[in-house]
Design a protein around this ligand. Sequence first.
Ligand code: ADE
Length: 260
Amino acid sequence: MRIDIVTIFPEFFDVLDLSLLGKARQSGLIELGVHNLRDHTHDRHHSVDDTPYGGGAGMVMKPEPWGDALDSILGDGAGARTTDGAGTTDGGVTHEDGPILIFPSPAGDQFSQAMARELSLEKHLVFGCGRYEGIDQRVVDHYEARGRVRLVSLGDYVLNGGEVAVMAMIEAIGRLIPGVVGNPESLVEESHEDGLLEYPSYTKPASWRGLDVPPVLLSGNHGAISTWRRQQQIERTERVRPDLVTPHLLPPANAKTTTS
Ligand code: ADE
């Protein structure tokens, strides 16, 4: 996968040299380009923002540097669709294999594990990190008319800019690319993958500060262990995130849930 990021703080993304994503870059699974928006300004002060039309607090990011930066990545025709804006169709399925341009924004669709999985199948993601009071709306409108554009929110709170949101999204998306996480089984039993939160995990020693590992995990009975883990997932999800629990996932009322 190719990932391009446009930002006024390229240093933010230096940490993508580290850990699993760093390795994925070294092995060529992820190719990363970080672009400084200020390199696409043409005035003496390299200004990227100006006061809002209509008045109001704060500054708005100017469209010209964004247009220049994004054209240099996407090409002048924006290139995000395979035909002139309509996508190609194949057996009734719309198929769009150009890049997706993503603007992190508290006004966007809520990011989720399902969205991360969907985006992990793409070949090219381009992230545009806004700052201040946001980017001139015409930038979104311009590229929306030419290709796939998404506004994506990390959650119902306001960050100072898109950089932290993009870091979180890249980590969630990147680890789903085949080969990035060494043991693919570790992706299966995670929070949110099956709609439930994950079960609690334990390692040695079996007793620590008077707290014992649940005996079922030491029993060697794999059926009992998976029943217990499933039950823990359901109980935890009902307690912490009742909004996620859907009745068809719950085990039948007579299901055996303990080993004793
Ligand atoms: N930029 C500012 N706040 C944000 C949020 N909650 N999600 C994504 N991008 C943002």
